[in-house]
Design a protein around this ligand. Structure first.
Ligand SMILES: Nc1ncnc2c1ncn2[C@@H]1O[C@H](COP(=O)(O)OP(=O)(O)O)[C@@H](O)[C@H]1O
Ligand SMILES: [Mg+2]
Length: 310
């Protein structure tokens, strides 16, 4: 395969193509990662769910911060991407940004790595919390708990001083305010649909000198969504995210080192069902009406694009 500069990066989930001077094409595949390892089986419809939910949230936060989306309509894509049917519903043309080297996390509830840190130290990323909280408890107020953006491997929690060292005081304060504001918007919108947003991860960048929201927003890959009706602190919650597949992987005895084991068909389908349910609950629209055709990561048209341009 002749290397071409067009496929700039193959992330765990997304293929990132150069699409002109100051544009990128982000293609959300059906790949799924767990414990930072890409699993061998794609999850049908997952790429379109991520793209649809991100678009939904970019629109609904545009009054708080500008975003990177130019278009999700393949008719607007430049060559060689224009009108490629397999890209419908799963690709986003965006403004190319200089990525801020920090993942901006907001937490309204105590779960996942936040719960693990609190149990060990009584705080999360250097933010002190009251004593006696239990797993999945609602926090007195949402907190900002950024992490490093590791190129490979696991992101690490940053104390506020470390985050300030990384990005500077002014930018730290701005990112904190934006992240908490966006979390509040997402959480309020979700709550109105009976869904708790426990936490969410955002990425920012600079495009033409302007601070913009980039990457994906409010998807089950970047956020913990819990059905509000079954919520009870003191234990892990049922969720619309990857927890289902993580639980199966843990029960399989896998040590989190690559390669990951293959997933049984019912786990693949159960995971796909949860992603689609998250889309439908949050947006209030049937996923059947969402553009594009269901396809796995092995879609021949996506594979051809990667081969011709990777
Ligand atoms: N507008 C943008 N400009 C530059 N890079 C971006 C933009 N939006 C997203 N990215 C980057 O594209 C990549 C998306 O691929 P993904 O599969 O999520 O990768 P990862 O394995 O790093 O999570 C991320 O590295 C993200 O930081
Ligand atoms: Mg990512």
């Amino acid at each position: 395969m002749t290397p071409s500069p067009r496929l700039r990066a193959r992330g765990k989930v997304r293929d990132v193509y150069d699409a002109g001077e100051d544009r990128l094409l982000l293609v959300a595949t059906d790949r799924i990662s767990a414990f930072d390892v890409v699993l061998p089986d794609p999850i049908p419809d997952k790429g379109r769910v991520l793209t649809g939910l991100s678009s939904f949230w970019f629109d609904r936060t545009a009054d708080l911060v500008p975003h990177h989306v130019v278009s999700t309509d393949p008719a607007d894509f430049p060559a060689p991407f224009a009108g490629v049917p397999a890209l419908t519903g799963r690709a986003t043309l965006v403004r190319k940004a200089k990525v801020v080297p920090m993942e901006c996390v907001a937490r309204g509830y105590l779960s996942g790595s936040g719960w693990a840190q609190y149990r060990a130290t009584g705080d999360v990323c250097g933010v002190p919390l009251p004593d006696g909280l239990v797993e999945s408890d609602r926090l007195p107020e949402p907190i900002f708990t950024p992490t490093s953006k590791a190129g490979t491997g696991h992101d690490l929690p940053l104390a506020p001083e470390e985050a300030v060292d990384l990005v500077g005081k002014g930018l730290f304060e701005r990112l904190k305010e934006l992240t908490l504001g966006i979390y509040e918007r997402l959480a309020d919108t979700s709550a109105a649909r009976g869904v708790i947003l426990a936490d969410t991860k955002l990425e920012f960048g600079f495009a033409d000198g302007e601070l913009v929201l980039i990457d994906e927003v409010g998807t089950p890959d970047s956020s913990r969504f819990w059905p509000a009706d079954g919520y009870a602190p003191g234990r892990p919650q049922a969720s619309f995210d990857k927890q289902f597949v993580r639980d199966w992987l843990d029960a399989s005895g896998w040590d989190h080192e690559p390669p990951a084991p293959g997933l049984p068909a019912e786990v693949v389908l159960g995971t796909a069902r949860r992603y689609v349910e998250a889309y439908e609950r949050i947006t209030g629209s049937p996923f059947d009406a969402y553009p594009g055709a269901a396809s796995g990561d092995d879609d021949p048209a996506l594979e051809r694009l990667r081969e011709e341009h990777g």
